[in-house]
Ligand binder design. Structure first.
Ligand SMILES: CC(=O)[C@@H](O)[C@H](O)COP(=O)(O)O
Ligand SMILES: NCC(=O)COP(=O)(O)O
Length: 237
């Protein structure tokens, strides 16, 4: 079984559009858990355009399933994660002004830096995952950082799949197999949706967890959050 972690960034985007506290992200996380979501993911960005640092603190004492915090490990982020003590931290090499995540780590060039931050999180009992493109060289590099897991960056697959090209899944198959052989857990995320998740899940082995936000929240506008989560859970069995 592959776990579904629901990324709630877009719930905060909606709240921030008005100020105030509607929708309330903590309540949303609790509902998602009651609908069967197996984890909650957030990606606080430096400008706090959706999830704020305070949201992370509030969620940390309320999330009962697996709490996963994503972000670029700059000092402010590292301190926040050490304070929140989530089950998992996912390191993403985001530029400050990136509209969304758009690349994985070069695990070879950043090996020493990653080794250092990963060790700090692991010393504090936090599982680590690093965001990587589906490139075999980066799997070898990832294993050397000491990370527990990798998160395969799935945008390239999602784009090809939407164009009717199913071969985009091939590098993910190879990298998931290789990561598993190297002793790493395998997560995946970015632009996964009800349209493409089944094909991805059926073709990529050893998939521990997917984190899905943008499409899931958009789908929930039409189908409701409970139905949408149920559909994902069915497809991820
Ligand atoms: C790490 C990742 O894959 C992203 O999908 C991210 O969590 C989404 O962030 P935004 O919601 O800011 O686009
Ligand atoms: N790690 C990926 C994630 O949390 C959600 O990405 P998206 O579904 O919002 O593209």
């Amino acid at each position: 079984m592959t776990k579904l972690s629901v990324n709630i960034n877009k719930i905060a985007t909606l709240r921030n559009a008005r100020g105030g506290n509607i929708p309330n992200v903590v309540e949303a996380a609790k509902k998602i858990e009651s609908f069967g979501g197996q984890g909650i993911t957030v990606h606080p960005r430096p400008d706090e355009r959706h999830i704020t640092y305070q949201d992370v603190r509030d969620l940390s004492s309320n999330v009962k399933t697996e709490f996963n915090i994503e972000g670029n490990p700059v000092a402010k982020f590292i301190n926040l994660v050490l304070e929140a003590k989530p089950a998992q931290v996912t390191l993403v090499p985001d530029a400050e002004d990136a509209i969304t995540s758009n690349a994985g780590w070069n695990t070879i060039k950043n090996k020493e830096f990653l080794q250092e931050v990963i060790q700090e999180f692991k010393n504090n009992g936090i599982r680590t995952s690093i965001f990587v493109d589906p490139d075999e060289k980066m799997m070898d590099g990832a294993a050397e950082t000491g990370t527990d897991r990798i998160e395969l960056y799935t945008e390239a697959f999602a784009v090809k799949y939407a164009e009717g090209d199913k071969t985009g899944v091939e590098p993910y198959k190879r990298c998931a197999t290789m990561a598993h052989q190297l002793g790493l857990g395998v997560n995946a995320g970015h632009d996964l949706s009800l349209d493409n998740i089944k094909y991805f899940k059926d073709n990529v082995p050893y998939l521990d967890e997917v984190s899905i936000g943008h499409a899931l929240i958009a789908e929930a506008l039409y189908m409701g959050l409970e139905n949408t989560i149920e559909k994902y859970l069915e497809l991820l069995k």
